[in-house]
Design a protein around this ligand. Sequence first.
Ligand code: ZN
Length: 81
Amino acid sequence: MALPYPHTRNDCEMCRERDADFHVQEEQYNPPGKRPARFCQGCIGIFLTTHASYGRGRDVSPGEPFTITLAMLFPGEGSWD
Ligand SMILES: [Zn+2]
């Protein structure tokens, strides 16, 4: 599949093949000593479906809105660490 722009960092935490487009800001997803919760535009959907909804446990019901804070990352060169 063609990538929408050159990918150089490959820092998506899930696929490790693409540059992350989003950084999930919540501390619970960024534990110390682990890689930051950064995901490409494809994997962010998987993350939201699995971790952000199921991972919240029983205090989130299907159909109930929840919020999550994302920071947009810019594609291209360089490391965000
Ligand atoms: Zn990815």
